[in-house]
Write a protein that binds this ligand. Sequence first.
Ligand SMILES: NC(=O)c1ccc[n+]([C@@H]2O[C@H](COP(=O)([O-])OP(=O)(O)OC[C@H]3O[C@@H](n4cnc5c(N)ncnc54)[C@H](O)[C@@H]3O)[C@@H](O)[C@H]2O)c1
Length: 434
Amino acid sequence: METASKETKKSETPTIGIVGLGYVGLPLAIQFSKSGLKVVGIDVDPTKIESLNAGKSYIGHIDGSLIDELRLNGRFLATSHFSDASDCDALILCVPTPLNQHREPDLSYVLETGASLAPYLKSGTLVCLESTTYPGTTEIDLRGVLESGSGKTAGVDFHLAYSPEREDPSNPESKVEQIPKLVGGLTQTCRDRAVAIYAHAINTIVPVESCKVAEAAKLLENIFRSVNIALVNELKVIYDKMGIDIWEVIEAAKTKPFGFMPFYPGPGLGGHCIPIDPFYLSWKAREVGQTTRFIELAGEINTAMPEYVVNVCMQALNGVSKSVKGSSILILGLAYKPNVDDDRESPTYVLIEKLEKLGAEVAYNDPHIPTVRPTREHPHLAGRTSVPINDNFDLILLATDHQAYRDYDFSTFKCPIVDTRNCINKKPHSYLKA
Ligand SMILES: NC(=O)c1ccc[n+]([C@@H]2O[C@H](COP(=O)([O-])OP(=O)(O)OC[C@H]3O[C@@H](n4cnc5c(N)ncnc54)[C@H](O)[C@@H]3O)[C@@H](O)[C@H]2O)c1
């Protein structure tokens, strides 16, 4: 496997089209633009286009003033017109790849985007998919809509590649340009073209054998996390029965300087990737007559965690002679990971629903998410607002390890607190880990 450095590949200044300006597309658009390239950002959501053209960011950790500066310097244009793709030398697709209601891959966003862009492909345009997906999506599914919509042939008239996004949204040390980027192409020329394009903005490019290898590598990365999180979640339950604190065990194990990498338990999986992506592979594996036993088992264990947490809440309430029914419960944290405003697939939603089903009155606090946005899976929770933290609840359940909660002084609180993240430093009298 070779790596290509930025210095060796900077020989032209292409215009880059980024399609899908969400958590992945917007930072990438900014990075290309900061690197001196002209970027056209395309999104079907008119509110996002309006915000960007007003120099405003809709993602907490992205600074609106930077977008404004790039826009005023003529290096960033946000648009909802796919016809603007005809000005671009490379089109990078960063659109969602969710599961449908049967928990099967929903490629509709990728395919619709491909169909919308196809009429605007020029000779030599690079089309590169970044969305996480099963192996074969780029070379078969996306290629199909691009070729039929353009009348052009991939690998001959236009270049086709796949380069998975790797992002660490809550980590301020993580910079887009510093994360090595895998790139696979339909042909070697496609791959070389993609490597040259990304080398304008990313320090280390790692060319791989094919689009399928790059697609499969991204799935391996996410399945690795899902399986390891399931392992510590299972051990948490077992060690708890033995009176052993899993958090102390992980701290001890992580002193081993080789062959061990810490993963931490929690109230269930969240985010756009880890709860979803492994099932892209499960679905595809069935096509070749294989079952994905590790993936299914990890999914089962991780999905059972909210139920476990609810049971610990019941015990905590029992300890103060209360039942869940009729109790008021405050959940700390709606985001699925610390210090971000991303609530996608957050286990907090499941916790709210389970506790309310048992008759509790549930409120939430999240300094990063003042109001619950509409979601496909939990539409009835939309519009609820974050409430201040206070001691007037029957129970507090910590679901997300935001720094604000680490710093908060709970030591005088009278109500029991259940902590699923080993997060609370200044503990109350009645404190349980879950
Ligand atoms: N968020 C992460 O940390 C992360 C990390 C690695 C990989 N990924 C993968 O990257 C992909 C995108 O994820 P995201 O988190 O940026 O999603 P997102 O929902 O934040 O953003 C997707 C954007 O695409 C837009 N869109 C939808 N259909 C479109 C279309 N037909 N044409 C143009 N725009 C369209 C949406 O309006 C939205 O702005 C997914 O496949 C995801 O699995 C995400």
